[in-house]
Design a protein. Structure first.
Length: 193
């Protein structure tokens, strides 16, 4: 697992090369790096969680099958977004083939699944992925603290966070500020807004 944590910080080009050489750790790290990106798209489109998991599995299989043909590994996030959106459309066509009986409603229902993701949703998905990647490059203690305070629902009380990290409760606020400062600086370098 420690090796996989290191591989999470690798650029996509290095991860893809390692995957193509057959590294299971690299493949696990690649999936870990992009699992939230892939899974968030069907959820945002209102697909039930169980079906979103099926879409996720399908996208992972497509990624595995197409990895050799990937010409620009740095374009992987956008490729994943497009493929996942396509798989969501495919799911809708299979799950709701006769959703509307009225011909006008039928045309709208058929047109809707193939529509590209709205620009606003694409921008939000990209921002979320940028944030996930920035959190991933923090030190392990900062990463865990940020995850516990901001990504868990409900957020943990400081006492629980302190106990989990082996810190004094009174130091959590100070450490949180330092970690958020590091995160902010990293995000500024990437042009995050």
């Amino acid at each position: 697992m420690n090796g996989r944590r290191d591989e999470l910080s690798w650029p996509d080009s290095r991860l893809v090369r390692a995957c193509l050489r057959g590294s299971e750790d690299a493949w696990s790290a690649l999936l870990e790096k992009y699992k939230n990106l892939i899974f968030s798209i069907p959820i945002k489109q209102g697909i039930p969680r169980d079906d979103a998991a099926d879409v996720f599995q399908r996208v992972c299989l497509l990624l595995l099958a197409e990895l050799k043909q990937l010409r620009q590994p740095e374009a992987l996030p956008m490729w994943l977004i497009r493929v996942t959106a396509h798989e969501c459309s495919r799911w809708r066509r299979q799950e709701q083939p006769y959703a509307a009986r009225d011909p006008v409603e039928s045309d709208l229902a058929l047109a809707r699944p193939d529509a590209p993701l709205p620009d606003e949703m694409l921008a939000r998905i990209r921002q979320e992925q940028t944030l996930r990647e920035a959190v991933r490059v923090l030190t392990p203690r900062c990463r865990r603290l940020i995850e516990m305070l901001f990504f868990e629902s409900p957020a943990r009380p400081y006492q629980d966070v302190a106990r989990s990290l082996g810190l004094a409760t009174g130091s959590i606020g100070f450490i949180r500020g330092r970690c958020l400062g590091r995160l902010r600086r990293h995000l500024e370098k990437t042009g995050f807004r």
